[in-house]
Design a protein around this ligand. Structure first.
Ligand code: HPA
Ligand code: ZN
Length: 319
């Protein structure tokens, strides 16, 4: 039986399964450079984050209309619900669409078609987090925040994703300040491939409330102590870490050590169509391979609600 859980690290564009990619390609007259779904799946062998991102951005070419985004989100919500997800805080990457001539309204209105029916259809509550691509300029991020102005009532917060190394959080200081002034919640990917110092910077300079991934905090004892003391949630994605070779094997994943250290860890799927599993699959994998006790698994599920942006009374310090 799958535990009820919240998913806090999920890129909606990373839920594009090969079958839906081909269906949307046919619907929109987009040619994909793969013969069929098997050939496409063959391309899912990644060396690192960048090799994944190349395919992730390439396949987005099939997403053109509001209905495409609605179909993508609805397919994800159905799968997530079947694996015990009750709440999702969904990332989307508007710059990747704006660059292809697909407008902010198409993306947000399209996603919204699925999200507004999600509780009724799937029993899953939803929030949207708009991410900036950190390998694009700070000016582009600011323009994206401005373009999102008319849609801010549907967007709970902002995040930072894409190629990490060489793009430190400080690059986005101004746009995070502007987002905070608009009342948006703030998260950022940090310490996936980048150094622990990026985690510290995301907290100190961007004022983030959660760290996405944060795996490499384990290289810095003082940082771990701070994350524990301040109850800063980390949205870990174990199957993603294996596929992107952030860890060599799942058996070597530091999740058990992180829980033992007292870190507020959550387990999420990141880009489930590409990394071999949805939220429940990630839970099953860590249960089977890391030998986590039932208590630990319940702690992870509970943490996912504690760390969420749902209204709740609990002991997490508000920063
Ligand atoms: N890391 C950084 N950027 C991303 C990811 C990820 O795992 N998935 C989609 N964009
Ligand atoms: Zn991610």
């Amino acid at each position: 039986m799958s535990l009820p859980k919240a998913e806090l690290h999920l890129h909606i564009e990373g839920t594009l399964e090969p079958e839906l990619a081909f269906e949307l390609a046919a619907r929109n007259g987009v040619a994909l450079p793969y013969a069929d779904t098997d050939a496409l799946r063959e391309a899912y062998r990644f060396e690192d984050l960048q090799s994944f991102l190349n395919l992730y951005y390439e396949l987005m070419a099939v997403l053109r209309t509001e209905q495409d985004f609605a179909d993508l989100a609805d397919a994800y919500l159905a799968r997530a619900a079947a694996q015990g997800v009750r709440h999702v805080e969904m990332f989307f990457d508007p710059q990747a669409h704006l660059a292809r001539g697909v407008g902010m309204g198409t993306v947000v209105d399209g996603l919204w078609r699925a999200l507004e029916k999600s509780e009724e259809r799937h029993g899953v509550s939803t929030q949207l987090i708009m991410c900036f691509l950190r390998d694009e300029s700070a000016e582009s991020a600011m323009e994206t925040l401005e373009a999102a102005g008319p849609y801010l009532d549907r967007i709970v917060g902002i995040g930072l994703d894409s190629a990490e190394v060489g793009h430190p959080p400080v690059k986005f200081r101004e746009v995070y300040e502007a987002a905070a002034a608009l009342g948006l919640r703030r998260v950022a990917h940090a310490g996936e491939e980048g150094p622990p110092a990026y985690i510290t910077e995301a907290l100190d300079v961007l004022g983030v409330e959660r760290i996405d991934h944060g795996l490499r905090c384990m290289e810095d004892e003082e940082l771990v102590a701070r994350l524990v003391r301040d109850r800063v949630p980390l949205t870990l994605c174990p199957l993603s870490n294996v596929r992107l070779r952030t860890v060599d094997t799942l058996a070597e994943h530091p999740l058990p050590a992180m829980l033992d250290a007292g870190l507020l860890c959550t387990v999420n799927s990141d880009d489930p169509a590409y990394f071999g599993g949805y939220a429940g699959d990630n839970f099953d994998a860590v249960r089977a391979t890391l030998g986590l006790s039932e208590d630990r698994l319940r702690e992870l599920a509970r943490n996912s609600f504690v760390a969420s942006f749902l209204e709740h009374d609990e002991e997490r310090r508000t920063r």
